[in-house]
Design a protein around this ligand. Structure first.
Ligand code: FAD
Length: 388
């Protein structure tokens, strides 16, 4: 294939990553994200965009993450309504599967988990008002029709926040890691759009769109490289926090399922194949060393924090759901790798929220899916491009 040699800043080559992903990581992650612990993400569906007030809620067909009528839930779980606005403001598509939001989880969810804030992200993670649980399995990341200048404006702002004039000046060398993470995530989102695309609107036919895969991702080798880089970065964070994640509380009052979750988590964290093929997917110790290290870290943290706020302005609800989730997942990876100072045993001092762990697991799964899809589709896309 086109990608040979080592993934940047990593210890293993592209082929090893592909094999490891296909045989080990992808199967485990696919099952893990279906467990009750990992499939509900807590999120504020209404969002206040601090930047562009005109970019309102999405009215596009496949965009909405719908809440269910209040009467489905017992009294104590009802949310107070916001500024007098009722949930009628959202058109509830009950006939659609994704309409299901299980709010009974509210009272159960926090057993054994801390509530603290993530310094890398803009949300107050301890603010439970107006939060709902979204069943991620019923709201897949896919093509939504969110496009044009509004979507473009968000990406532009994200890249601009990361490093203005990145391309023209090259002055932001040390911020390259953050750029690669954002670009890798962007690639992954594009790959999911391409893999689950509305091909024929009249017949509601969904499928692969290899043209989009080529145009947006494969045609730009650095975007593919950034995807692999991001995958390994997040994988490193997960394995670095292995002991913490292993001892965490995965109880959802569903004993059979919860045992499965714990087994899968263990299988992922202490995987002999992973440990022998790619023991250190990313070496964070090499980063931000030297005198300016601490300031640089703070600056990167501030920038990532701002990027997280920009995502609030994504005007398509389902896109925002996955945008918020993946940015929180990334913020959690950054927190694991960089927020805990100089200790060899970060698992002692680390504190993660339940929602952060859910985001981290789902982000890793998304990246794993993207890597797999890119690897599998590359030959067909190259053939298609040549024949033109
Ligand atoms: P865009 O993807 O909008 O890219 C804009 C520009 O960024 C490109 O022209 C290029 O210069 C640069 N660029 C593109 N990719 C990369 C990369 N990997 N690395 C570096 N630079 C790059 N749409 C959906 O259908 N479903 C979703 O779930 C969805 N989620 C989204 C989540 C977020 C947070 C955002 C901001 C947008 C989301 N969108 C989603 C919209 C989608 O990402 C695109 O913006 C949209 O499809 C229009 O694509 P485009 O071809 O104009 O290029």
């Amino acid at each position: 294939g086109k990608y040979t040699g080592m993934v940047e800043d990593c210890c293993c080559d592209y082929q090893t990553v592909d094999t490891l992903n296909a045989e080990v990581l992808h199967p485990i992650l696919q099952e893990l994200v279906t467990t009750p612990f990992f499939r509900y993400f807590k999120m504020k569906l209404w969002c206040d965009c601090p930047f562009w007030p005109d970019d309102g809620m999405c009215s596009l067909r496949d965009c909405s993450v719908c809440e269910c009528p209040e009467n489905e839930f017992p009294e104590p779980f009802k949310k107070p309504s916001r500024n007098g606005a009722s949930s009628d403001d959202f058109k509830c598509q009950m006939e659609k599967q994704e309409a299901f939001v299980d709010r009974t989880l509210d009272i159960k969810a926090f057993k054994g988990w801390v509530e603290n804030d993530n310094p890398w992200t803009s949300d107050d993670e301890t603010d439970n008002a107006e939060m709902t649980y979204v069943n991620l399995q019923l709201n897949p990341e896919r093509y939504t029709g969110y496009t044009g200048p509004l979507a473009r404006r968000i990406w532009d702002a994200v890249y601009d926040e990361n490093c203005p004039n990145y391309f023209s000046s090259g002055i932001c060398h040390e911020k390259k890691v953050l750029y690669k993470l954002i670009s890798g995530l962007h690639s992954s989102i594009s790959v999911h759009i391409a893999s689950d695309y509305l091909l024929d609107e009249t017949n509601n036919l969904w499928g692969h769109n290899l043209e989009i895969l080529h145009e947006r991702v494969l045609r730009h080798p650095e975007r593919v490289k950034n995807l692999y880089f991001t995958f390994l970065f997040v994988l490193r964070a997960v394995t670095k926090a292995a002991d913490y994640l292993d001892q965490a509380e995965y109880d959802t009052y569903n004993p059979a399922e919860d045992i499965k979750t714990k087994i899968l988590v263990k299988r992922l964290l202490y995987n002999p194949k992973l440990q022998s093929a790619c023991p250190l997917p990313f070496d964070e110790a090499k980063l931000w060393q030297g005198q300016s290290g601490p300031e640089l870290k703070q600056e990167i943290q501030k920038r990532f924090h701002n990027i997280s706020a920009i995502i609030d302005c994504v005007g398509c609800e389902k896109c925002r759901l996955w945008g918020k989730l993946q940015v929180l997942g990334m913020g959690t990876a950054l927190k694991i790798l960089f927020s805990v100072d100089g200790s060899n045993d970060i698992n002692q001092s680390l504190q993660l929220q339940r929602n952060e762990v859910i985001a981290l697991g789902n982000l890793l799964n998304r990246l794993s899916e993207s890597v797999k899809f890119v690897h599998e589709m590359s030959p067909a896309v190259e053939k298609m491009a040549k024949e033109r």
